[in-house]
Design a protein around this ligand. Sequence first.
Ligand code: HEC
Ligand code: HEC
Length: 305
Amino acid sequence: MPKNLALLILALLIALVSSPACTDDDDADDDDDADTGEAEQYCVEQLPMDYKTSASFFTNMPAPLEGSSPHGTVQIWYTTDLQTLIEEPSFTAPAGAISIKEFDENKDGTMDGLAVMVKRDAAYDPTNNNWCYEMRSLDGQTVNSAGKTEMCINCHKAWAATDYLGGVEMDDGIDSCFDTFPADYKTSANFFTQMTAPVEGGSPHGISQIWYSTDLQPLIGQASFTAPVGAVSVKEFDMDKDGTMDGLVTMVKKDAAFDPTNNNWCYEMRSLDGATVNDAGKIGMCINCHKTDAATDYLAGTDLL
Ligand code: HEC
Ligand code: HEC
């Protein structure tokens, strides 16, 4: 060990032992950050800079949106361990979860930097849900601040139910998967069903009956296929299996730019009469289950008769 490093450690130890006021929240060496809780070098040493393309990250926002934070126009990525959780009204992020927000503070169309949150273990900052906050240059190379930054905490703690995450409610900009919902799917020549009556499948939706658009007719039944752009499936479901249908879930195949990592399906939940959209877009909860049917292009009901 170099002599001056040994001396430094010794000096720190003496400072710790001789300072009764020194608490866990107060490093011996951080006397220069009056407005932050505790400054650190970084929250993660290597921020995964491939977050836009990595299979470990996702975004619900196809394009930057103007949020309500001081950061102007933003686009947010989360690690996939948060994908199903952020659909829930209330959740706790697992240790290791990361969110990266690109922000365009002056809204000139160019991103200015990254705001990052990293979930640490339960010992890190238990009174504030154990998040480490970080500001980085857009290329990820320079950390401008990191730690239990009070300024960040004081605003983010408002989202107690979603574990301090304020961006999870942000609309992905998709109000509906359809220009016009084909409410006549039962009688229209553009749709068919293979099911003469509702059946109980393997989904969380109980008893259901599925209609597909006719462009899928030659494909359904094949072991492996890719649905054409514009293909639609409408499923009526009777969740509580009381003999009355409760609502509709639909899938619409979009073009190759929509969601290439997840086969470009738009998912939707509608009222049974088709009039009200309850949720629409790249819904993580739907994707995570449907992607297990990779061979049939995420369609899970093609062998139900
Ligand atoms: C005055 C309130 C406010 C302050 C201060 C603030 N934020 Fe945020 N933050 C928000 C809001 C609102 C969102 C939701 C997205 C948006 O509107 O930009 C957000 C979203 C985020 C996200 C995306 C994850 C999510 O879902 O919340 C990160 C990462 C983030 N902020 C980091 C930071 C960091 C780091 C700091 C401190 C340097 C900070 N924020 C300070 C309000 C704030
Ligand atoms: C846990 C697994 C799971 C989840 C979550 C799930 N589904 Fe499904 N889905 C299925 C299965 C299995 C089928 C096949 C039919 C059945 O068993 O009901 C299916 C069938 C469908 C169909 C008929 C087309 C087809 O062949 O796949 C549509 C449309 C659909 N789901 C939409 C949705 C939407 C929208 C969501 C999210 C709101 C969703 N699903 C969530 C498992 C799931």
